[in-house]
Write a protein that binds this ligand. Structure first.
Ligand code: NDP
Ligand code: MG
Length: 386
C-alpha cells in the first residue's frame, strides 16, 4: 500500500488525484490539506478517512474541528492542524510515501522542503515552488535521495520520453503549448478582456490562477523554468512550440536528431497516476486517441510580442537568482488583481516587467531571501497600483 499526502486536495489537481486514488486499490490517503474549503474537505475526509487534515485558515480549521467532533468516535483519531506549521506537519507526516504538491503558488515552498527532508517522494504540480526555489529544492532531492515526479502534463511527457533511453540525455526539450483562448489575437484585441473571457480555456479545465496564466502564456514561461530545474537543461535548449489541439504533450530531441513525443487525450489523471504509481503503468479508464478522428495536428511559433509573459520568463530565467521570485510573485499578485477586477489583462505582463526592472538581483537567494523578495514585490505593486 502506498500512503499519500495531498496538499491542495480541494483544487483541480487535488480532486483528480482523489479520483485516481479511488481507482487504485494500492493507494491510500494519509493526509489532506487545503486553504479554506471545509465543505469539500469534510466530504473528502468522510470518503478517504485520512489520519491528518490541515485547514490553512485558522478560523475555518476551528469550524472544521467542530464538524468532525459532531460526527463522533470514528473521526476522533484524525489530527486537525492549521497554518504553515500544519501544512509542514502534513508534508512530513510519518508513514507517508509520496506527497502530492498541488497547492497554488509559492505557499508550497516550505511544505515541499519539509516533505523532501522527511524522505518523501514528491508528485509535483506546484510549479511556482520549483520556479522560485529550484536551486534549493533540486540539491535537496539528491541529498535525501527522493524522487521528484512531474505532474504537469508537459513535464510528465518529457519524463516519459526520457525513460527507457538508457541515460542518454536529450539535447533539446520541445515544450508544447495550446496557445490559450486568445491565440492568434493581437494586443489591440486583448485590451478589454475580462476575467470571464480569460477563464475559458479551450482544452483543459483547471484552477483559476493557472487558467489565467495559460491565457497570458506566463504558464508556459513558468514551465520553461520548471523544465530547466527538473531536467537540468539550459534555457537555450528549451523551445516552446504552439500545438493548439493539445494532443502532443511535449517532445525531446536527441543528438542524433531523433525526436520522441508523448501523445494522449488531455486528461490530467494520466500524469497524476503515472507519478503516483511510477514506474508502473496502470489501467486508466477514459477516452483514447483515435487517429482517424484527429483532423490535424498543427504547429506554430509562440507570439512573444503579444504574449510577453513568455518572453519575460526567459529573461528572468537567464538572470536567475531572485529575479525568478520577482517574475513569479509579480504574476501571482497581478493575476489576483485581474481576477478581482482591479487591473486589466494586458497589465499583468506590464506589472511583471516593471517589477523586474525595479529589482536588484540576488544570486543564489536563501529561503528567507525568497520570502522577503516575495513580500517586497507585493508591497511594491500595492503602492503603485492599488
Ligand atoms: P486550484 O486553484 O484548483 O486549487 C488550489 C488548491 O490549493 C486548493 O485545494 C486550495 O484550497 C489549496 N490552497 C490554496 N492556498 C492554500 C493554503 N494557503 N494552504 C493550503 N492549501 C491551499 O489549483 P490547481 O489544482 O489548478 O493547481 C494547483 C497547482 O498545480 C498550481 O501550481 C498549478 O500551476 C499546478 N498545475 C495545475 C494543473 C491543472 O490542470 N489544474 C496542470 C499543471 C499544473 P481551497 O480550495 O481551500 O482554497
Ligand atoms: Mg502544463
Amino acid at each position: 500500500m502506498k500512503e499519500i499526502v495531498i496538499l491542495g486536495s480541494t483544487g483541480s489537481i487535488g480532486t483528480q488525484t482523489l479520483e485516481v486514488v479511488k481507482n487504485n486499490s494500492g493507494l491510500r490517503v494519509k493526509a489532506l490539506a487545503a486553504g479554506s474549503n471545509i465543505e469539500l474537505l469534510e466530504k473528502q475526509t468522510e470518503q478517504f478517512m485520512p489520519d491528518m487534515v490541515c485547514v490553512y485558515n485558522d478560523s475555518k480549521a476551528l469550524e472544521f474541528k467542530k464538524r468532525l467532533d459532531a460526527k463522533g468516535r470514528d473521526y476522533k483519531h484524525i489530527d486537525i492542524v492549521t497554518g504553515m506549521e500544519g501544512l509542514a506537519e502534513c508534508a512530513a507526516i510519518q508513514g507517508a510515501d509520496t506527497v502530492v504538491a498541488a497547492v497554488t503558488g509559492m505557499i508550497g515552498i516550505k511544505p515541499v522542503i519539509e516533505a523532501v527532508k522527511s524522505g518523501k517522494d514528491i508528485a509535483f504540480a506546484n510549479k511556482e515552488t520549483l520556479v522560485t526555489a529550484g536551486h534549493i529544492i533540486m540539491p535537496m532531492v539528491n541529498k535525501y535521495k527522493v524522487k521528484l515526479l512531474p505532474v504537469d502534463s508537459e513535464h510528465s511527457a518529457i519524463f516519459q520520453c526520457i525513460g527507457g533511453q538508457h541515460g542518454n540525455k536529450p539535447s533539446k526539450i520541445i515544450l508544447t503549448a495550446s496557445g490559450g483562448p486568445f491565440r492568434g489575437m493581437k494586443k489591440e484585441e486583448l485590451q478589454n478582456i475580462t476575467p470571464a473571457d480569460a477563464l475559458k480555456h479551450p482544452n483543459w479545465s483547471m484552477g483559476k490562477k493557472i487558467t489565467i496564466d495559460s491565457a497570458t502564456m506566463v504558464n508556459k514561461g513558468l514551465e520553461v523554468i520548471e523544465a530547466k530545474w527538473l531536467f537540468g537543461m539550459e534555457l537555450e535548449n528549451i523551445e516552446v512550440v504552439v500545438q493548439p489541439q493539445s494532443i502532443i504533450h511535449s517532445m525531446v530531441e536527441f543528438k542524433d536528431g531523433a525526436v520522441i513525443a508523448q501523445l494522449g487525450t488531455p486528461d490530467m489523471k494520466l500524469p497524476i497516476q503515472y507519478a503516483l504509481c511510477y514506474p508502473e503503468r496502470k489501467n486508466l479508464p477514459g477516452e483514447r486517441l483515435d487517429f482517424y478522428k484527429i483532423p490535424q495536428i498543427t504547429f506554430e511559433k509562440p507570439d512573444m510580442e503579444t504574449f510577453e509573459g513568455l518572453k519575460l520568463a526567459y529573461k528572468a530565467g537567464e538572470a536567475g537568482g531572485s529575479m525568478l521570485t520577482v517574475f513569479n510573485a509579480a504574476n501571482e499578485k497581478a493575476v489576483a488583481m485581474f481576477l478581482a477586477g482591479q487591473t486589466g489583462f494586458l497589465d499583468i505582463a506590464e506589472i511583471i516587467k516593471e517589477c523586474m526592472a525595479a529589482h536588484k538581483n540576488i544570486d543564489n537567494p536563501s529561503l528567507s531571501d525568497i520570502l522577503e523578495v516575495e513580500q517586497d514585490v507585493y508591497r511594491y505593486i500595492e503602492s503603485r497600483y492599488l
